[in-house]
Design a protein around this ligand. Structure first.
Ligand code: PLP
Length: 390
């Protein structure tokens, strides 16, 4: 029996994740300095872990409401009101999800009919296009470039919008480039969304990791609150990747549609993670400030380091990635990453894992110690110098 043939053609059509494939190789090797994974190197702050342990001691082990614990939804409503001045009703407009990952999946499945198109600025997080495809939609990549600091423009979107376009999926601060969007440019995108009657899915998981200027929440722009599905979570800012906890905010109809899928497939996010998330929102701000300041120091260190090595690098203003160009070396991003790994045991992610417009770049996560970053820079420098000599 050829079981592979039983697999749905849609699933078969998905490329293997460029990141996973690469890290399967890394996992087998010893002595590797990995700047590959997009994951905080910090452990979840102790008081957050402790709150969850207390919850378990008290016997909080059952399902919660499909929407999630009301107390958590109320805390999220308070946070978004304080930070972005938008009001969401915790009872009808907020859904607790299993990470932003589930939020992305639910948003796509709730919105898309077969053949609906979604504009996806690239380079982008590896799951975006897969989520659209799995929901029966067609992802339409919108290439951005280092020359424009990897910001998407209305002109680029206008070239690719069609009568089949249903949504726009944006993620700023951006993974993998670290790009942010100034408010004035987001306002233009908001007008474009309105004119073309698009739903905007805004993945703002790196919002708190904004180092220069202020993050603008897309839903806070005039007319955008009900048109936007705002996704956020705890993985990055609170160092809580393994807890699998996030949230979606939108108008009651879209949240009801997403909740319908969620209640048949997931039921609810894990209760112990929801309890920890309440503590994170109530008392975790100082931890976030500390971690963000550490990431910022590393960002500057690596930016300077790459420039000294001779790898041109656009200055990222958010997230925890740098996206240096390797185009001048004359080899493609996959070969660069593979040869660097073989020769110097440093793991970076080939830029083309994030879409075609990522070719010519590599992604470097700086969510690791300065000592590791410094070692990596030395090894990358040696590798690049040898390439230059060839
Ligand atoms: N969105 C972006 C842009 C990411 O980089 C990631 C993880 O790397 C996710 C979503 C997934 O987040 P979560 O852990 O909340 O599912």
């Amino acid at each position: 029996m050829n079981w592979a043939e039983r697999v749905s053609p849609t699933v078969r059509s998905l490329p293997p994740s460029g990141i996973r494939r690469f890290f399967d190789i890394v996992a087998e090797m010893k002595g590797v300095v990995s700047l590959g994974v997009g994951e905080p190197d910090f452990i979840t702050p102790w008081h957050i872990r402790e709150s969850s342990i207390h919850g378990l001691h008290k016997g909080y082990t059952a399902y919660t409401s499909n929407f999630g614990l009301l107390e958590l939804r109320e805390e999220i409503a308070r946070l978004v009101y304080n930070e972005a001045d938008i009001t969401y009703d915790p009872r009808r407009e907020i859904l607790i999800t299993v990470g932003v990952s589930e939020g992305l999946d639910l948003a796509m499945r709730a919105l898309l009919c077969p053949g609906d198109e979604v504009l996806v600025p690239e380079p982008c997080y590896v799951s975006y296009k897969a989520c659209v495809t799995l929901a029966g939609g067609v992802p339409i990549p919108v290439p951005t470039s280092a020359a424009n600091e990897f910001r998407v423009t209305v002109e680029q979107l206008a070239k690719l919008v069609t009568p089949c376009t249903k949504a726009l999926l944006i993620g700023y601060p951006n993974n993998p480039t670290g790009a942010v969007m100034p408010k004035a440019e987001l306002e233009k995108i908001a007008r474009f969304a309105e004119q073309n009657d698009l739903v905007v899915i805004a993945d703002e998981i790196y919002a708190k990791l904004t180092y220069e200027g202020e993050h603008t929440c897309f839903a806070s722009l005039p007319g955008m609150r009900d048109r936007t599905i705002l996704l956020n979570g705890f993985s990055k800012a609170y160092a809580m990747t393994g807890w699998r906890i996030g949230y979606a905010l939108s108008n009651p109809d879209l949240i009801a549609a997403m909740t319908k899928i969620h209640q048949y497939t997931i039921l609810c996010a894990p209760v112990m993670a929801q309890i920890a998330a309440i503590e994170a929102l109530k008392k975790g701000e100082a931890d976030v400030v500390k971690m963000v300041s550490e990431y910022n120091a590393r960002r500057r260190f690596m930016l300077e380091g790459f420039r000294q090595i001779g790898l041109p690098c656009f200055e990222p203003k958010g997230a925890f990635y740098l996206f240096p160009s390797i185009a001048h070396t004359g080899i493609d991003s996959l070969r660069f990453a593979e040869e660097l790994l073989k020769a110097e045991k440093v793991a970076l992610v080939p830029g083309n894992a994030f879409g075609e417009s990522g070719e010519g770049f590599v992604r470097c996560s700086y969510a690791t110690s300065i000592a590791q970053l410094s070692e990596a820079l030395e090894r990358i420098g040696r590798f690049v110098r040898k390439l230059d000599c060839k």
